[in-house]
Design a protein around this ligand. Structure first.
Ligand code: SOE
Length: 386
């Protein structure tokens, strides 16, 4: 495995996902030089808790640190555009959390800035790096499923099911116009596009807000956390759920749903891809098993086992068979792939991590969903800007 100890990284954001990034980088052997919190005080407190040597005062302080080669952006969505632009213009590589931006106009500009910079620029669609999603990508590429006909599934959670559940993602001015679609729907869109090789041509969408008023805590609340204390009632204008029908080029079709109010579904992404020769299906809550469906022989369940997987799957597998690889492992596998390209100086042809172009596709998908839901008609992605 490449020696990553020569590479320095900094992480913007010290909440749930920022901490996941920091822990995965340390496991990889990358030098985490410092973190930047939502305030200097919070950053210093979290750095001390995580044993990170430095808490930066602000973004300029971080970008002036010559020992930092790669910057991870895990701040709320509205901050991505400005921070990524400054990072790339400072000559550093960047890994930006999803969704890439607030709109496809922003993401279009970020694609151009990344191209001009010549630096490695990745979007954190980590779910590609559960090894069996890499395996499925390789199976489709090898023609094992035949022509892709029908792509279905969902991404359902329940952490925002109650009126007392709160998170910054609920506020469109911070998280963007779409919440369930932007936050978790884009994972499903990116993952199925990666597995099938297909990108949506047009969408027909319906959005739903089942909890129109919520109790907003007066103080800060971390993702998947709850806060005690004073609250104020606020009206919600972002989607709790979405229903989206998809047209792909060549006649393939898809249908998916998102929800953050399905009680009992903690973090359930499911995809099911039907091809002309076979089908395949995967569930993030049983990530070490891949269903492969047949007509002329028994169905199969492939348990993650790098002695039985294709090149894509084996390259992403870290633990022995039966030692389940989960959410945190997907970040480790993803960062290992990106940092190998940082070490090489540029993205390699066989790399499978999500680029800014992929992140821009997801933003165009989101803008088309907003337009379709508002105008109650099919919207082609080439109708949206950016
Ligand atoms: C909250 O919905 C969240 O943390 C998302 O932001 C992540 O991208 C997803 O992987 C898990 O849930």
């Amino acid at each position: 495995m490449t020696d990553f100890a020569r590479i320095g990284a900094a992480v913007i954001g010290t909440g749930f996902i920022g901490t996941v990034h920091t822990q995965a980088l340390r496991r990889l052997g990358v030098q985490v030089r410092g973190v930047l919190g939502s305030s200097a005080g919070r950053g210093a407190a979290r750095a001390a808790e995580m044993g990170v040597v430095k808490a930066y005062a602000d973004l300029d302080d971080l970008l002036s640190d010559d020992s930092v080669d790669v910057v991870h952006v895990t701040s709320p969505n509205h901050a991505h555009y400005g921070q990524v632009k400054a990072i790339l213009q400072a000559g550093k590589h960047v890994i930006c959390e999803k969704p890439l931006a607030m709109t496809s106009a922003e993401s279009a500009e970020m694609v151009e800035i990344a191209h001009v910079s010549g630096k490695v620029a990745a979007v954190c669609y980590n779910i590609r790096f559960y090894p069996l999603n890499q395996q499925a990508h390789g199976m489709v590429k090898a023609g094992e499923l035949g022509d892709i006909h029908f792509v279905t599934g969902h991404y359902h959670q329940d952490w925002l099911a109650k009126p007392t559940d709160w998170n910054w993602r609920l506020q469109s001015e911070i998280g963007g116009a779409l919440r369930s679609v932007g936050d978790i729907g884009t994972h499903w869109v990116d993952l199925t596009s990666f597995v099938t090789g297909l990108k949506a041509e047009a969408v027909m969408a319906e959005l739903a807000t089942f909890v129109p008023e919520r109790e907003k805590p007066v103080g800060p609340v971390e993702t998947f956390s709850s806060a005690a204390g004073a609250t104020e009632r606020v009206e919600i204008d972002t989607d709790d759920a979405a229903m989206i029908v998809i047209r792909y080029p060549g006649g393939a079709r898809g249908v998916m749903s998102t929800s953050q109010i399905n009680m009992g579904r903690k973090n359930a992404l499911q995809w099911d891809v039907a091809g002309s020769r076979a089908s395949a299906a995967w569930d993030s809550e049983t990530p070490d098993h891949l269903f492969v469906g047949h007509r002329d022989k028994a169905n199969e369940t492939l348990m993650r086992d790098f002695t039985l997987m294709n090149g894509s799957g084996t390259a992403a597998a870290t633990l022995p068979p039966g030692h389940v690889e989960g959410f945190a492992d997907s970040f480790f596998n993803f960062f290992r792939a990106v940092y190998a390209d940082v070490e090489a100086g540029t993205r390699q042809p066989e790399s499978t991590w999500a680029t800014f172009e992929d992140g821009h596709y997801e933003m165009r998908f989101c803008d088309a969903v907003v337009m379709s839901a508002r105008e109650e008609r099919w919207i082609r992605l080439d109708e949206v800007g950016g």
